[in-house]
Design a protein around this ligand. Structure first.
Ligand SMILES: [Zn+2]
Ligand SMILES: [Zn+2]
Length: 331
């Protein structure tokens, strides 16, 4: 690897003297998006998309030294030209392109290709070398459309007017996407939010994202009548004391992992909705082909499977790249 190298702090571009989504505090961090495995506290300066700023400050501190960019802006850092391009993953998410000498590299961060009314669409970017994620890099992962999932979800909710409907999903990205998808179906019923989702959802509203009306659950008395209400909460609240206020609620989990046989039952949810903010198998292959990269490094999740397929079937030079924080990251 040349323009971008692997260091103990994470991916490093010497020409720009900057790290991309570093794992440890560094002087200069280029941040693809505000999820916790990509954006960490303690860096000297941060560069990110302006639409990510509110959530980044909520998570890393209001006083971080942040340079806010727009998609497509080209900035000069040291000897490199750097630009951020929409990744379609969550609000303000970016792929980062680095150019120096005659090389162009693209670090995808997390991304998806499916339409999502809560964030900007994925942009195809040309490069020589692509570093792609592969959270769902196996052929079994093929996503239904967000719209069809929202329709199933609406039917599930409306079929139980006598129960509270507790829908568990990641607090940043997934919750707001669901609220936006439901609004697109023409609903306008109020949805109740677990406290962990309130400031992030407000940040989306401040950026003009149309979503169903919401209210913090904590604004209502604990002994309210919850029947017929839809409540969104993070997975950590499932089977916690937080749930005790609801008498016999129905429960569901919305995640790409719900495509895995048995995953819903193992986690104790009555219902699973398959909805991911990552590219599925076809989305990964489409992205690699469209980038026209001659060399691909694969990180996150099923990196071995995707790298081998690219090499053996697509004839693209490709290898897995070990990252420090692997694991179940459908967020
Ligand atoms: Zn991630
Ligand atoms: Zn992410």
């Amino acid at each position: 690897m040349t323009l971008v190298e692997h260091t103990p702090q994470g991916l490093y571009c010497r020409a720009a003297d900057a790290w991309i989504d570093p794992w440890r505090p560094v002087p200069r961090a280029l941040i693809t998006h505000a999820h916790a495995d990509h954006a960490r506290a303690g860096c000297g300066e941060y560069w990110a998309i302006g639409r990510a700023e509110a959530v980044l400050r909520q998570r890393l501190g209001q006083t971080i030294n942040l340079h806010a960019l727009s998609y497509g802006d080209v900035i000069r850092l040291g000897d490199a030209e750097v630009s951020f391009h929409s990744a379609g993953h969550v609000l303000g998410s970016a792929q980062i392109r680095l150019r120096a000498g005659d090389e162009t590299w693209l670090v995808s961060g997390d991304y998806k290709r499916d339409p999502d009314p809560s964030c900007d669409p994925f942009e195809v970017v040309d490069c020589d070398v692509l570093i792609t994620e592969a959270t769902f890099g196996m052929p079994i992962y093929r996503w239904p459309s967000g719209r069809s999932v929202a329709q199933e979800l609406m039917q599930w909710w409306q079929a139980a007017p006598e129960r509270a409907s507790l829908l568990f999903c990641y607090a940043f990205g997934k919750a707001q996407r669901l609220l936006a998808e439901l609004a697109q179906l023409g609903l306008d019923e109020e949805v109740l939010l677990h406290g962990a989702m309130v400031p992030i959802t407000q940040a989306y509203r401040d950026e003009g994202i149309a979503m169903l009306p919401t209210r913090p659950l904590s604004a209502l008395p604990r002994k309210s009548d919850w029947s017929g209400r839809l409540v969104l909460a993070p997975p950590s609240a499932h089977r916690s004391p937080w749930m005790k206020r609801f008498k016999a609620p129905q429960t569901a989990f919305a995640s790409g992992w719900m495509a895995v046989r048995g995953a819903r039952r193992r986690r104790g949810y009555e219902r699973g909705f398959v909805l991911s903010d990552h590219a599925d198998w076809d989305g990964l292959l489409q992205t690699v082909r469209q980038s026209r990269a001659q060399q691909v490094y694969v990180t996150h999740g099923q990196s071995e499977v995707l790298a081998r397929y690219l090499k053996e079937v697509e004839g693209i030079s490709s290898e897995p790249l070990a990252t420090l924080f692997e694991g179940e990251g459908d967020h």
